[in-house]
Design a binder for this molecule. Structure first.
Ligand code: HEC
Length: 277
């Protein structure tokens, strides 16, 4: 009921309802009339939103699916989904948006982003229902809407193809989105590599310069990356939290090597040197 109220309030006041959305949602409520926001900016920069219910999404053509990509990342077996083609949904808005990516704002302060070219290339789906295998524990954040890689498609194994708990899809331009981070990332080859790793695996929860989500802590506040000892601590802290036994299934370690993490530290050092967070 609270979600419906929030949704309606948002509808009438053209507000973002993130502030009143509960942090954690229950899957059981998915059948109700929860509203999901789809936001586009037209060529003049005017922003408008539509509100979609699950039945409206499902009317695009519902498919029962499995995803070995998802099961691998979550260490599950045979998770069952009901999902719609993300491409079909995107094509409803493409003409009036001018964006080349969709930002995925989530109930739990996670912020995903997907280039439309990836949606096309990997034929990505959007699940409206999820049923994990018997006996598997489901973390609180694992709710629809969620992005799904269909079987038969093999995108790189990265955090960015696993966004769940989505409350809003927003069309944006990739170059605008990454603009505040881009300049710093170009200070060295290492920083550039680190930026690529960071934007595909970390930014969703550890925001920088107003981009990304705030589910995790602000890394620039916690580590002085110019000190070797702190870089080392960054690596050990990462491994002691984001490992495969993480209680909340935030095993990010599976996506990154130690070498990649070192380049992330270089990128974060460059961010710190630029004097801004
Ligand atoms: C799904 C969200 C999510 C993603 C993706 C994510 N993190 Fe985290 N991270 C967290 C949360 C939540 C914590 C725990 C914060 C706390 O201590 O309250 C955390 C903790 C950490 C810590 C340890 C901080 C400490 O105080 O011990 C480090 C370091 C870290 N993350 C780095 C990274 C890096 C680097 C990446 C990308 C390779 C990444 N994280 C991706 C959510 C995320």
């Amino acid at each position: 009921m609270k979600q419906i109220f929030c949704g309606l309030l948002g509808f009438f006041l053209i507000f973002t309802f993130s502030t009143c959305a509960p942090k954690q949602e229950q899957v059981e409520k998915i059948g109700s009339q929860r509203l999901y926001r789809i936001t586009v900016a037209d060529h003049f920069g005017r922003v408008s939103s539509e509100f979609w219910t699950v039945p409206k999404l499902e009317a695009l053509g519902l498919k029962e699916m499995l995803s070995s990509y998802f099961d691998r990342a979550m260490k599950y077996r045979g998770t069952e989904f009901e999902a719609i083609s993300l491409l079909k949904l995107v094509s409803k808005f493409k003409m009036k948006s001018g964006g080349d990516a969709i930002l995925l704002n989530c109930f739990d302060d996670y912020q995903g982003i997907l280039p439309i070219s990836d949606i096309l290339k990997y034929d990505l789906y959007l699940a409206t229902k999820i049923k994990v295998g018997f006996g598997s524990s489901k973390p609180d954040w694992l709710n629809p809407l969620l992005v799904l890689v269909p079987d038969g498609k093999t995108p790189p194994f990265e955090e960015r193809f696993l966004t769940a708990n989505i409350r809003e899809l927003k069309f944006v331009r990739l170059s605008d989105y990454y603009a505040p981070l881009k300049k710093v990332s170009e200070t060295s080859e290492k920083a550039k590599q680190g930026f690529e790793v960071y934007k595909n695996n970390c930014l969703f929860c550890h925001s920088l310069k107003g981009r990304g989500g705030n589910k995790g802590i602000r890394l620039l506040d916690d580590y002085a990356f110019s000190k070797a000892a702190e870089q080392k601590k960054f690596l050990t802290d990462f491994k002691s939290f984001h490992h495969k036994g993480n209680a909340d299934k935030q095993d990010v370690e599976q996506f990154v090597t130690t070498k990649k993490l070192r380049s992330v530290a270089e990128f974060l050092l460059a961010m710190q040197r630029s004097g801004e967070s």
